[in-house]
Design a protein around this ligand. Structure first.
Ligand code: FE2
Length: 381
């Protein structure tokens, strides 16, 4: 049973279902979101009018309800439009949940620490390639945890391209469509190539940053060299809980990142280490010691706090309680959300060869593939 009231001279419509709290809508919002075929293309859902086609003084002059449909007449253009009431309630913006803490995360995300070692999101390459529901499940896990591994893939040159084809397209950079990570580990070069790498996000000097990275193992005969991932969003949550001022200083000011190779490229980005949407949603982390340039956008008064915060964030990232570790065998790979997950390689402890191929791709493509699979599989049910 729906109830409605009109107030503010026809500017506000309130709808309530049974005894639930009423939800308020503005006349201009309702008119702009009208579902009729003259406002929205029934085929592709694109809006056919501009806001300037709607009179500035628009208001609701008449309302009627039959079953679950609401019919509104707007003045001064005298246009009558029918709405599905449930659609309106599903899209209500008159909610109290908007007072969220700075650094809140989207509801489909689950942040994690080393306990996830017992449940690393993983799937079988061939199944994910063949079965839409296996692919949906794997992509859902990447959206939720920020990474996922695949096992039992082919051990052929450029197999990583088949992984990208599961959800999107390669993002080519000055490193090419893909890059080689080939390490010969022997006693003479062990000190250099066998070093572990600190957890980092890739290419923070690009804007936009590559949002997905794929690393695919083709050979792995050296001991050690495990891959390690850390949830940057969990690290940021810990930092915020320890000191809101540290969280704030890294979110408020831009750091600078740079990669310069004289012939090839000079890449620079001015972005914060903790990236928030204007409403406080945590949307990204950039953390890479090797490519952080001189930071000059922090006022003198806040620079010491900035460095204290940067140091502490690094310590949290390095804390073993944060890391999930796995060893890639030939034919195995992992896909990470480079806006959220930091990755690292542990040191080697023996001799041998390790050959990985890596490439970048786009997260919007991955999310789009997941959404289409959701639609397709929900329809089939
Ligand atoms: Fe990397």
């Amino acid at each position: 049973m729906y109830n409605f009231t009109i107030s503010d001279n026809g500017n506000i419509l309130s709808i309530s279902k049974n005894s639930e709290n009423p939800k308020r809508f503005h006349a201009v919002w309702l008119r702009d979101n009208a579902p009729d075929s003259k406002t929205r293309d029934p085929g592709n859902g694109q809006r056919l009018i501009t806001l300037w086609d709607i009179p500035k003084n628009i208001h609701i002059s008449q309302v009627s309800i039959s079953d679950d449909r609401l019919k509104l007449t707007f003045h001064p253009d005298n246009k009558s439009i029918e709405y599905d009431i449930q659609w309106l309630l599903d899209h209500a913006y008159d909610t109290t949940s908007k007072n969220r803490v700075e650094g809140w995360t989207a509801s489909h995300i689950e942040i994690w620490d080393s306990k996830l070692n017992n449940a690393i999101p993983s799937a079988d390459f061939r199944e994910v390639e063949k079965s839409p529901s296996a692919r949906q499940n794997w992509l859902q896990n990447i959206a939720k945890y920020g990474f996922g591994t695949l096992k039992n893939g082919p051990i052929d040159d450029l197999s990583l391209m088949r992984v990208v084809e599961l959800f999107g397209y390669v993002r080519e950079t000055n490193y090419g469509r893909h890059f080689e990570v080939l390490t010969e580990i022997n006693p003479t070069n062990l000190a250099y190539t066998g070093l572990g790498l600190q957890a980092h996000t890739d290419n923070p000097y690009r804007d936009p940053v590559p949002t997905i990275q794929v690393l695919y193992c083709l050979e792995s005969s050296a001991a050690g060299g495990e891959n390690m991932v850390v949830d940057g969003f969990k690290a940021i949550e810990r930092l915020r809980n320890e000191s809101p001022a540290w969280f704030e200083v890294l979110a408020k000011y831009c750091a600078r990142f740079e990669y310069s190779s004289n012939k090839e490229a000079t890449l620079r980005a001015r972005r914060p280490m903790i990236e928030l949407a204007p409403d406080g949603e945590l949307i990204g982390i950039r953390f890479n010691n090797r490519s952080t340039a001189a930071i000059t956008d922090v006022p003198f008064e806040d620079m010491q706090t900035f460095y204290d915060a940067y140091r502490r964030l690094g310590e949290i990232i390095d804390d073993p309680a944060m890391e999930v570790t796995f060893r890639l065998s030939p034919g195995e790979c992992f896909v990470i959300d480079n806006t959220r997950i930091l990755h690292a390689r542990k040191a080697y402890s023996g001799t041998g060869t390790r050959w990985l191929q890596g490439c970048y791709a786009d997260k919007d493509g991955l999310m789009s593939k997941l959404a289409s699979l959701d639609n397709q599989l929900n329809e089939a049910r």
